[in-house]
Design a protein around this ligand. Structure first.
Ligand SMILES: [Zn+2]
Length: 478
């Protein structure tokens, strides 16, 4: 039986978070009533001229540096010509043969260790508008067009075909999103379309040098669907080849509900777009001083955070988990500002917090518990106001309501009992009620004490200070 190898390359469009569009002063804000974030320039009315937004170039340089690219000294804009109602000018201003960045790479964790994925190029371009349909595109009786997004700045990041599995494709996309977020040039919100991935997939028999014909998959709105779409497409192509068919170069769309890829159209070739230099924009010359200034302005990147966390006493594993998302890492750092115990904070974020977030499918940035509130609760454990066990209950209530830990503890009467005489009374009761366990303990069965502690905690609804319970019990039995 023939064994196949998959080859995957990814193109990622990232919306840059500038205040205004790439060639005009219209706002880039997400949403808004249709066709309100527009002006004659982004609507492509006759007689207008584009003016390049300097911030876009700076962000593109920043992204390039974060992805280990060379920044071109000389770069230019080209017109990519095609007709579609979301494109009022009938061409998109993009970059063709002289992109702003090239020859970079990204290191990705894979099942077989670290792997370097090449980045061919990064170029700047303007986004197109959006067609709006009633229901789905195939059943809607009409198309409406919203030009608010037209002219929003994008960078397109093109990888080398270096990935060999769907898992690697997902790992690359996730890592890239994280690096771009750390660099601070985009929100990378997939659900708002500010990060969009196109995945190119081909397969060929293992041992043959030449790559197979590839298809491009669009319309995946989560990292999970990138992996699932790539997995499906690899299987589909192998099956076609096994049955003696051949792969057609085409664009396919991912149908999330059905879990399949569907043919959309045959893939255009570059020559179909009749690229030519945009005569309205001068070529872009980027001074080396500017590149160095941008390099110096790069914020702390994931690798640096990992090193800092390990230095503060976390394991490499913990440091990697916490820094995988900038939001989680920022949350962690915020907690440390008022409660400087990295290990404890890390345990709570990676444990209870991530469990609760997962249970309701929520991102940490939408979490009602603010970092300072988690820090406050951890202080209450340290001061003995609540036990570590009760803290789990307190935290869950904070998570569900957004209330402060003090409020939750007061409302639910969860203050830890640290009054010796109060605990001693319960200890006496439990000893009296369990003569068998007491005898076992005195006969050297150490396990019996665990049972007695459990009974005392149960009698106090978990509120007795466990250290105190242990101490009193041992005192009384010795
Ligand atoms: Zn405009």
């Amino acid at each position: 039986m023939t064994r196949y190898e998959a080859v995957i390359g990814i193109e990622i469009h990232v919306e840059l978070k500038t205040n205004t569009k790439i060639f005009c002063h219209s706002t880039t804000e997400f949403g808004g009533d249709p066709n309100t974030h527009v002006c004659p320039v982004c609507l492509g009315l006759p007689g207008v001229l584009p003016v390049l937004n300097k911030q876009v170039v700076e962000y593109a340089i920043k992204a390039g540096l974060a992805l280990n690219c060379e920044i071109a000294e000389y770069s230019k804009f080209d017109r990519k010509n095609y007709y579609y109602p979301d494109l009022p000018k009938n061409y998109q201003i993009s970059q063709y043969d002289l992109p702003i960045c090239k020859n970079g790479y990204l290191e990705v964790e894979t099942g077989q260790g670290k792997k370097r994925i090449g980045i061919t190029r990064i170029h700047m371009e303007e986004d197109a508008g959006k067609l709006v349909h009633q229901g789905t595109i195939t059943t809607s009786p009409y198309s409406l067009v919203d030009y608010n997004r037209t002219g929003v700045p994008l960078i397109e990041i093109v990888s080398e075909p270096d990935m060999r599995s769907a898992e690697e494709a997902r790992a690359y996309a996730e890592k890239l999103r994280s690096v771009i977020q750390y660099a601070g040039v985009s929100d990378c919100r997939m659900e708002e379309g500010s990060l969009r991935c196109d995945v190119n997939v081909s397969v060929h028999p293992v041992g043959t040098g030449e790559f197979g014909t590839r298809t491009e998959i669009k319309n995946m709105n989560s990292f999970r669907s990138i992996q699932k779409a790539a997995e499906y497409e690899i299987e589909r192509q192998i099956e076609v080849l096994e049955n003696g068919g051949r792969i057609i170069q085409e664009t396919r769309t991912w149908d999330e509900n059905k879990g399949i890829t569907v043919s959309m159209r045959t893939k255009e070739e570059a020559q179909d777009y009749r690229y030519f230099p945009d005569p309205d924009l001068v070529p872009l010359v980027i001074e080396r001083e500017w590149v160095e200034a941008v390099r110096n302005s790069l914020p702390e990147m994931p690798e640096q955070r990992v090193a800092r966390y390990i230095e503060s006493g976390l394991s490499e594993y913990e440091a990697n988990v916490l820094t995988a998302s900038k939001e989680v890492s920022d949350y962690f750092d915020q907690c440390l500002k008022t409660y400087n115990n990295p290990k404890m904070v890390s345990n709570w974020i990676m444990g209870d917090l991530s469990r609760l977030l997962n249970s309701v499918n929520m991102e940490i940035c939408d979490c009602r518990v603010k970092p300072a509130q988690l820090a406050d609760m951890l202080k209450m454990i340290d001061s003995g106001t609540i036990s570590g066990k009760i803290a789990k209950t307190v935290f869950e209530e904070m998570f569900n309501t957004g209330k402060d830990p003090e409020t939750v503890v007061k409302e639910k009467g969860l203050v830890q009992i640290s009054d010796e005489s109060a605990i001693a009374a319960v200890v006496d009761e439990i000893i009296a009620a369990n003569p068998k366990s007491v005898e076992d303990f005195r006969n050297g069965k150490d396990k019996a004490i665990g049972f007695l502690v459990g009974q005392i905690m149960k009698a106090t609804k978990g509120k007795a200070n466990p250290q105190l319970v242990n101490k009193l019990l041992k005192d009384k039995l010795s």
